[in-house]
Every structure is written in C-alpha cells, then in structure tokens.
Write a protein that binds this ligand. Structure first.
Ligand SMILES: C[S@@+](CC[C@H](N)C(=O)[O-])C[C@H]1O[C@@H](n2cnc3c(N)ncnc32)[C@H](O)[C@@H]1O
Length: 274
C-alpha cells in the first residue's frame, strides 16, 4: 500500500467508524494532526497507526480531540474587540434587545468575553444583550458551560483579561483557577450546532464566527457563510477571523464595515434555504 492509500484508509476509518467528518477539513491540516498523534505514540506509519487506533479507545478520543482544534482566548485580538464594542453600542442604541451568536465558540471564552464586554461598557445595558454560543464539539461545550479555566505555563489568562479595567468583577480568581461569575454566565446559552450540516438560526443582530475557516476545507466556507447570512436580521453584522476572508461570490451579501478588523454588514438577504 502506498503512503497516500494508507492515509486515505485512515481518514475513511475516522469518518465512518469514529463519525468525524474528515472530508470537511483540508488534508494538510488533517495530516498535521495525525502526524502529531503518531509522534506522541511513537508509531511511524499510517498503516500501523490505523491498527493502533482500531484497538485503543483512548487513542480514538485523543485523535478526535486533536482534530477539532479548539484553541481560543478571552478577547482574542483586542483591536477587533474594540470594533465589536462599537457594533454592540450601535445595535444597543437602535434596539431594545441585542442578540449575538458566537458560532464555533470553542471552550466558551469568546461568548464570555462578549458578556463581560456588555457588563463592562457604560454605554451598553447588559440586560439587553443575549449571547447564544454553539460549537460542534461536546467536549468544548462541557468546558464552556462550566466556565472554569486554568492558567498554565503557556496560557496567561490574566493577560487575556487585561482588555478589562478590572477583571475581578467578572471572574473569581483562586491561584491559577479562573471561574466566570454567575452574572456573566447568565447572559450566555450554549448548544451543539454543526455549521456545515445543521440548519440556520434566526433573529441575530451580530454573528461572530472566527478562526474556523482557517482549517476547514475551502468548499465549506460558502455554505457556512450562507447559513450565517440566513440567521442574521436585515443589516445584521458579521465578524470573522483576522486572517480570514469572504469568498468572492458572497461579496455582495456582506458589505465591508471595517476591512482591517474583518467586520461586515448584511447587505441583502441571501437566497433563503427552504
Ligand atoms: C479555533 S476554534 C475558534 C474558537 C473561537 N471562535 C476563537 O476564534 O477563538 C474553532 C472551533 O470550531 C469548531 N468547529 C469545527 N468544525 C465545526 C463545525 N462544522 N460547526 C461548528 N463548529 C465547528 C471546533 O470544535 C473549534 O471549537
């Protein structure tokens, strides 16, 4: 068997037996994740790794965990959060309720940042802001619902929260453990949602979908953005990741609001999905 065939067999096993849609992700990304597990387990060929995977449920869990990368931060890219602050202020001045969707929210630090921002900004009435947060990964959502985060050698939570003047109003810190306070949690709801296969939602004023497109296969970008467009109210806002772009076919759907910060506004209704 060639190396390519063995890699394909491995991906087929992950797709059918472990129910992880490998076909949605680009091959070089998947190869990096598999190779990293192979290094960790000291296995040198895809064929041998597939055999190991079939026999070891712990390795199956470890591989699935490493494939749905859920790297995130509180207030990731602080300059973008100044842009998000302006958008929420504008929406709050126009409407009585502001509904925000944090799509692909990972372990919850992004939706909690939204809630903290709403509580922190004197121009925003936090009781008017609701945040609905979704992700495909049940594991990530479990952490998100708990709202407890640990500092480590590589994760400086205090620095991430430095966007706020006084983070102790929003998190309870004991040693290296940060617990999101109930007042912040009360604005946020969590739900499992697959942006590729599940239906659009409705009634959102702002959708934040950041750092998913960087590793998803290019062909899924358009359907995901159509799902998001169909979930937004007229003239609703979209924020994508700083290294991400809107595909050419959707440039008339999303007008640029701030190009540098990747903030867009729904220009016209996309084709409605029946
Ligand atoms: C890199 S994280 C981004 C987290 C956060 N938005 C941020 O920018 O910090 C990507 C997240 O996308 C989620 N994800 C991957 N495929 C998805 C899909 N089809 N639908 C919804 N979420 C997905 C992963 O589970 C992961 O938590």
């Amino acid at each position: 068997m060639t190396n390519d065939d063995a890699f394909t067999r491995l991906l087929e096993y992950v797709e059918t037996d472990l129910s992880f849609a490998t076909s949605h992700y680009n091959d070089s990304y998947l190869d990096r994740r598999v190779s990293s597990r192979m290094r960790r387990t000291g296995i040198e060929t895809y064929e041998a790794y597939l055999e190991h995977l079939r026999r070891d449920p712990d390795e199956q869990a470890a591989l699935l965990d490493s494939m749905s990368i859920n790297v995130t931060e509180f207030f990731r890219n602080p300059d973008v959060w100044e842009g998000i602050r302006e958008v929420i202020r504008t929406l709050a001045s126009r409407r009585t309720g502001v509904h925000v969707w944090s799509a692909a929210c990972a372990d919850g630090r992004e939706p909690y940042s939204l809630s903290m921002l709403a509580h922190d900004d004197p121009q925003i009435d936090e009781s008017a802001v609701t945040v609905h947060a979704t992700d495909i990964s049940e594991g990530a959502l479990e952490t998100a619902r708990r709202g407890v985060y640990e500092e480590s050698r590589t994760v400086d939570l205090a620095e991430q929260l430095a966007f706020l003047d006084d983070d102790t109003r929003y998190v309870d810190r004991t040693n290296g453990t940060f617990r999101v306070r109930e007042a912040v949690k009360s604005n946020v709801t969590f739900e499992r949602h697959d942006l590729i296969n599940d239906r659009p939602k409705s009634g959102f004023d702002l959708v934040i979908c950041r750092n998913l497109f960087i590793y998803i296969d290019a062909e899924y970008k358009q359907p995901i953005l159509e799902t998001i467009a169909n979930s937004l109210r007229p003239e609703g806002y979209l924020v994508i990741g700083k290294a991400e772009t809107i595909p050419p076919d959707l440039k008339s759907t999303f007008a640029v609001h701030d190009g540098r910060l990747r903030i867009y506004r729904l220009e016209r209704d996309p084709i409605r999905i029946q």
